[in-house]
Design a protein around this ligand. Structure first.
Ligand SMILES: [Zn+2]
Length: 285
């Protein structure tokens, strides 16, 4: 079973305006149109059984609305294979009740994006969310490291993660982008013994630049295969989940990239879906 644990979609109308904006901000090109229909077509083409959508609340006012639309995406899960997590914002006042609602809606987890949410990962407003999520058995997946849309700004460093997990109860915490986008040396040094999972999104391969001349050729490569494999072995392959960051990564390309690595079939099967399935318990395919 192939599960992509890190994707993004928007309602059709919003996608048409949001994706071009994000492309300009990040100077990178999306692979698909960012709609649920576009993601479904990509899954069929690539052979991805399930995709998890990770919504980001960029302000407190939109939290409930976004969680309601996540529930609507999940109503069609049997037909689409697309499952949406919920969201929360660090400034959302009644976070305790909203996270309980996220659990009641069956959204299984939440996405945090401290760069877009303008908060450090070990800030008390994030720690209280982590604690409440732990109490409710909700998975937390967070952006980690730099963000291509916000050059120079890092809100989730491996050191902050180490600090945060010491402050909160036992929690299923997934760090996107192999523990910290372009923070990979620090992630490798600090996170091997931390109680965290990693997703593989936006790590192997190159940025997909707009042709606006912003990036030099040497800016494009991301995490090397050698370091990726070294991390899989030192952390343990059971701690990795396949993710693509679709529409910012191509599902078929990323799948082929993991399949081509020198890992055992068992390790690949776990990373590409088996590990996520233990956590998410989707219907067998
Ligand atoms: Zn993402």
């Amino acid at each position: 079973m192939i599960i992509d644990i890190h994707t993004h979609t928007f309602p059709d109308k919003l996608a048409a305006t949001t994706i071009p904006k994000l492309e300009v901000m990040s100077h990178t090109r999306a692979y698909i149109d960012g709609t649920n229909g576009g993601l479904k077509a990509s899954m069929e083409k690539a052979g991805v059984d399930y995709s998890v959508v990770l919504p980001v609340a960029t302000n407190a006012r939109q939290v409930q609305h976004v969680n309601d639309s996540s529930e609507r995406i999940n109503e069609r899960f049997d037909e689409t294979g697309i499952f949406s997590f919920g969201c929360i914002h660090p400034d959302y006042a009644d976070y305790r009740a909203e996270l309980a609602r996220v659990q009641e809606l069956g959204l299984k987890g939440i996405k945090l994006h401290p760069v877009y949410q303008d908060v450090n990962f070990d800030d008390p407003r994030i720690l209280r969310i982590l604690d409440r999520a732990a109490e409710l058995g909700l998975i937390v997946i967070t952006h980690a490291g730099y963000d291509v849309g916000f050059p120079g700004r890092v809100r989730v460093t491996p050191a902050m993660v180490c600090h945060a997990v010491k402050e909160v109860g036992p929690l299923t915490l997934i760090l996107a982008h192999m523990g910290g986008w372009r923070n990979w040396d620090e992630a490798e040094q600090l996170l091997a013994d931390a109680p965290v999972y990693l997703d593989t999104s936006y790590s192997l391969g190159n940025l997909n630049p707009l042709d606006d001349g912003y990036y030099k050729p040497e800016d494009l490569p991301m995490l090397s295969q050698e370091q990726f494999l070294r991390m899989v072995h030192s952390f343990g392959p059971e701690r990795f989940f396949f993710g693509t960051d679709s529409p910012w990564g191509d599902q078929a390309e990323n799948l082929a990239r993991i399949r081509s690595l020198s890992l055992t079939q068992e390790e690949k099967d776990g990373i590409l879906g088996g590990n996520a399935q233990k956590l998410l318990n989707f219907p067998e395919k």
